[in-house]
Design a protein around this ligand. Structure first.
Ligand code: CAA
Length: 378
C-alpha cells in the first residue's frame, strides 16, 4: 500500500484496480493507436463514481481525503495516464469554483460532475503559455450578461466538458489585475471546440482549442470578483500541480512493475536477467526515486488537507515526480532491451505519456521560478 489511506479508500482502490484491468487498459491501448476519445469508457467511469472523487462532501461527494484520492488516481495513471489526466483535468476545471465561487456555483458544477460531466480549465492561449497573464481573451459586460471573445488552446477536455472556467480580461488597462475568471456552461451560445491536438502521448484524453465568439453568459457567472482572475488561476494551479505529480508517480510505478515482471521472465546467459546485480540496482534506483516522488506528493496533499501553505510543496512534487517519470520510463525501456522500443510492449508508451507532465500545468522551468519565488519571500 503506497499511501496510508482510509478503509473506505482501500475498498475503493480494489474496485478501481479491477475497473482499470477490465475496462481501462485495453481500451486506452486502442485509443493510443487511433487518438479517438473513448467516450464509452468515461461513461462507465462516471457510473462507478470515479469522476466525482474530488467533490467536497457538502456538495454531494464521498468525502475522501486528498491522500485517499491520490491512491486512486495513481492506480488510474498506472493503467493509462491519459485516462487519469481526463479525470484530474476535470478536477482542475472545478478548482476555480471550489476556491473562489459562490455556493450556487459550487453546487452547479458538482451536480454536472455527478451527472457524468467533466470540467475544463481555460487559461492558456497561443500567445500566453508560460506567460499566463499575456492572454488577449476579453469579457465585456452587456446589460446582465458577459460577452466573451477569444481563443484558448491546449485545453484538456476542450471538446467534451460540461463547463469551462475561463480567464478573460475585463479591463486591459489594468494588465494582470484586469483579468477575471468566468464559469461558462458548455451550452453557452458562442462557445465551441476548435482544433484537436494530435498528441505524442496521453492519447486517450481530449485536447482542443476552445473558441469564444460573442459567447454570452449571465453576469452572475463571474467567479470571485472582477480583477481576481489571475490570482484564482494561480491558486488553482498551486493545488492542481500536486495531482500532476501523483499521476507521474503512477506512470513511474507502472514502469517499475513492467520492468520487474519482464526481467524475472527474460532469460539470457542461462538465467533470468534480474539475477544480474546491474539490473537489480537499476530497479532499486527506480523504486527509490518513485517512492521519494510519492512522498513529495503526499506531503503537498496533506498540507492542503491541513490548511497549510502548499504552493512550494506542490510545485516541487510536480517537478520532481515528472522528471522521475521520464527517467523511470526510459530505464524501463532499457530493462526490456530491444523489445522495450517496440510498440508491441507496454513501456514505450510510458515514455510518450510521461513527457507532457514536464510541460503542462506549468513547465518544470516555470515551477523552478515558483519554488525560487517562495524561497525569496522567506
Ligand atoms: N497565489 C496567489 N497569487 C499569486 C500566485 C499564487 N501562487 N502567484 C502569483 N500571484 C499573484 C501575485 O501575488 C501578483 O499579485 P500582487 O501584485 O497583488 O502581489 C500577481 O499574481 C502577479 O504575479 P507575478 O508578477 O508573479 O506573475 P507573473 O506574470 O510573473 O507570472 C508565473 C508568474 C508563475 C510565471 C505564472 O505566469 C505561471 O504560473 N505561469 C505558468 C502557467 C501555467 O501553469 N499554465 C498551465 C495551464 S493549465 C494546463 O496546462 C492545461 C490543461 O488542461 C492541463
Amino acid at each position: 500500500m503506497p499511501y496510508l489511506i482510509s478503509e473506505e479508500a482501500q475498498d475503493l482502490l480494489q474496485d478501481v484496480r479491477k475497473f482499470c484491468e477490465n475496462e481501462v487498459v485495453d481500451t486506452c491501448i486502442e485509443a493510443d493507436k487511433t487518438g479517438e476519445w473513448p467516450r464509452e469508457l468515461y461513461e462507465k467511469a462516471a457510473e462507478q463514481g470515479y469522476l466525482q472523487l474530488e467533490i467536497p462532501e457538502e456538495f454531494g461527494g464521498v468525502g475522501l481525503s486528498r491522500i485517499d484520492v491520490a491512491a486512486l488516481f495513481e492506480e488510474m495513471a498506472k493503467a493509462d495516464a491519459g485516462f487519469a489526466t481526463t479525470i484530474s483535468a476535470s478536477g482542475l476545471g472545478m478548482k476555480p469554483v471550489l476556491i473562489a465561487g459562490t455556493d450556487e456555483q459550487k453546487q452547479y458544477i458538482c451536480d454536472l460532475i455527478m451527472d457524468g460531466g467533466l470540467g475544463a480549465f481555460c487559461l492558456t492561449e497561443p500567445g500566453a503559455g508560460s506567460d499566463a497573464s499575456a492572454g488577449t481573451t476579453t469579457a465585456v459586460l452587456d446589460g446582465d450578461e458577459w460577452v466573451l471573445n477569444g481563443r484558448k488552446c491546449f485545453i484538456t477536455n476542450g471538446a467534451v466538458a460540461s463547463f469551462y472556467c475561463v480567464v478573460a480580461s475585463t479591463d486591459k488597462s489594468k494588465g494582470v489585475k484586469g483579468l477575471s475568471m468566468f464559469l461558462v456552461p458548455a451550452t453557452a451560445p458562442g462557445l465551441s471546440a476548435g482544433k484537436e491536438e494530435d498528441k505524442m502521448g496521453i492519447r486517450s484524453s481530449n485536447t482542443t482549442d476552445v473558441v469564444l465568439e460573442d459567447c454570452r453568459i449571465p453576469a452572475s457567472n463571474i467567479i470571485g470578483k472582477e480583477g481576481e482572475g489571475f490570482k484564482i488561476a494561480m491558486q488553482t494551479l498551486d493545488q492542481a500541480r500536486a495531482w500532476m505529480g501523483c499521476l507521474s508517480v503512477g506512470i513511474a510505478q507502472r514502469g517499475i512493475d513492467e520492468a520487474l515482471k519482464y526481467t524475472k521472465e527474460r532469460v539470457q546467459f542461462g538465467k533470468p536477467i534480474i539475477k544480474n546485480q546491474s539490473l537489480q540496482f537499476k530497479l532499486a534506483d527506480m523504486d527509490i526515486k518513485t517512492e521519494v516522488a510519492r512522498q513529495m506528493v503526499a506531503n503537498a496533499l496533506t498540507r492542503m488537507d491541513e490548511g497549510l501553505d502548499y504552493s512550494r510543496e506542490s510545485a516541487i512534487a510536480k517537478c520532481y515526480a515528472s522528471d522521475i517519470a521520464m527517467e523511470v520510463a526510459s530505464e524501463a525501456i532499457q530493462a526490456f532491451g530491444g523489445y522495450g522500443y517496440s510498440r508491441e510492449y507496454p513501456v514505450e508508451k510510458l515514455l510518450r505519456d510521461a513527457k507532457i507532465f514536464q510541460i503542462f500545468e506549468g513547465t518544470n522551468e516555470i515551477l523552478r521560478i515558483v519554488v525560487a519565488n517562495n524561497l525569496m519571500r522567506r
